[in-house]
Design a protein around this ligand. Structure first.
Ligand code: FES
Ligand code: FES
Length: 160
């Protein structure tokens, strides 16, 4: 099968890759691009472990064809920290032990960042609703929700 040549931008970097027409974005991220932070929990859009941003919109990269990245911008968990400086959500998840096995964590972090960019002051219900598509088998969700709420409060405080 003829390979497709795709030009995109990933975490701010112009990126080119070759893929098969039926490769998912997740396949290409984790394979040729070696960006293995995005995880494959289900491969069917049900778990959120593969969440990335596509032109500022939260998507499941397992449901996106890699070819659809042509001309668009993707942000993955690898782009969340600024060099050595963790994003406040990453820092808070560590401080509050809001992860255990870590498989869901990249997707949860990408989704939580998307929420806080839309809503700086979410209620607990809004956080739980927003993260309803990110399944976690370990934490029971409570620490995740507390960490997102605490981060939101700290980020609001920092911008006052
Ligand atoms: S791996 Fe994409 S939603 Fe589960
Ligand atoms: S920490 Fe294990 S699935 Fe969430």
């Amino acid at each position: 099968m003829a390979k497709l040549h795709i030009s995109t931008k990933i975490n701010g970097e112009p990126t080119e890759f070759l893929c098969d027409p039926n490769d998912s974005m997740l396949d290409v991220l984790r394979g040729p691009l070696a960006l293995t932070g995005s995880k494959e929990g289900c491969g069917s859009g049900d778990c959120g472990a593969c969440s990335v941003m596509l032109d500022g919109r939260l998507v499941c990269s397992c449901l996106m064809l890699a070819a659809e990245a042509e001309g668009h911008e993707i942000e993955t968990i690898e782009g969340m920290a600024e060099g050595e400086k963790l994003h406040p959500l990453q820092q808070k998840f560590l401080e509050m032990a809001a992860l255990q096995c870590g498989i869901c964590t990249p997707g949860v972090l990408v989704a939580s960042k998307a929420l806080l960019e839309k809503n700086q002051n979410p209620t607990e219900t809004e956080v739980r609703y927003w993260l309803a598509g990110n399944l976690c088998r370990c934490t029971g969700y409570d620490k995740i929700v507390r960490a997102v709420l605490d981060t939101a409060a700290e980020m609001r405080e920092a911008t006052r």
